[in-house]
Design a protein around this ligand. Structure first.
Ligand code: SAH
Length: 262
């Protein structure tokens, strides 16, 4: 009699959006999998890299339907692996950067299911490359910090603002747009200069990508023109001024209303 073998789960980073920004290892895992569990930030072109016969399970939000809870996703991954399937759990960016990949890995480990991880290009790397500014730069930023601006169950943002204020470290905030006003208050009260260069990058590496440049003082106003609901990163730090868009947008702001021809 054939024994029913237990399958495995591979947590795969899909990158920031553009289908070229996925690793060769991720492409291989997708091509070989028997089931793929994916969420909202994963585009169709990347999903289409999955084996044509792979079972596809969407666990993100969709019209009129709530996203699956983390407990439901954990249980689903275990159930699929116990059916003997090799499962790819496909996540935007990198699975271990604000992707709850750690929780899924621990849950699978506790259930005795083999789990491996394929890293992905996190949104910060994709956005910085796309808009041509480095995240660290000699003499400007000796480090970079990634934080999340979103708290569990909409709790108040209670980040260590003082610890985040450092003119020599680039600060990248994931999920920071909805709590932007509170974050700017927290940071400036903790000593962040209002002149600190800042930017919001929306849909980086995807169609319709945008970067809005401002300062800590003007960022909230600049954010009003953005299309809310799209993934966006907030970046603080002088490195933002190295993007060609910084000069272009600052020049526009200082342009006199009517330029007389010379
Ligand atoms: N694991 C992902 C992050 C998941 S949290 C990663 O490594 O990138 C989701 C947040 O990531 C979004 O709210 C947004 O802040 C950011 N994000 C993801 N894709 C993005 C993109 N293409 N452009 C800008 N921000 C993005």
């Amino acid at each position: 009699m054939l024994t029913h073998e237990i399958g495995s789960v591979t947590l795969v980073g899909a990158g920031p959006g553009h289908p070229d920004l996925i690793t060769v290892r991720a492409v291989r895992a997708l091509a070989q999998c028997q089931a793929v569990v994916y969420d909202r930030l994963v585009g169709r072109e990347i999903l289409d890299l999955a084996h044509p016969k792979a079972k596809r399970v969407y666990v993100g939000k969709s019209c009129g339907r709530h996203a699956a809870t983390q407990d439901e996703i954990n249980a689903l991954l275990v159930a699929l692996a116990r059916q003997g399937l090799d499962v790819v759990r496909l996540k935007g960016g990198d699975p271990f950067v604000f992707g709850r990949g750690g929780e899924e890995m621990l849950h699978l480990r506790a259930a005795g299911i083999a789990c491996t991880v394929v890293p992905g290009v996190t949104a910060a790397f994709g956005c910085a490359a796309e808009f041509d500014f480095p995240l660290t730069h000699r003499g400007m930023a000796s480090g970079v910090r990634f934080v999340t601006g979103h708290m569990k169950n909409d709790e108040d943002l209670s980040l260590d603002w003082r610890g985040l204020v450092d003119p020599h470290t680039t600060l990248v905030v994931y999920m920071g747009v909805s709590g932007l006003a509170a974050m700017l208050d927290g940071l400036t009260e903790a000593g962040l200069s209002k002149e600190t260069p800042a930017a919001i990058i929306q849909n980086g590496t995807r169609a319709g990508q945008r970067m809005v440049c401002a300062t800590a003082a003007t960022l909230n106003k600049a954010a009003r023109n953005l299309n809310h609901g799209m993934p966006a990163l907030v970046v603080f730090g002088e490195v933002v001024t190295l993007s060609p868009l910084w000069d272009a947008q600052m020049a526009e702001l200082t342009l006199p209303p009517l330029c007389a021809a010379q």
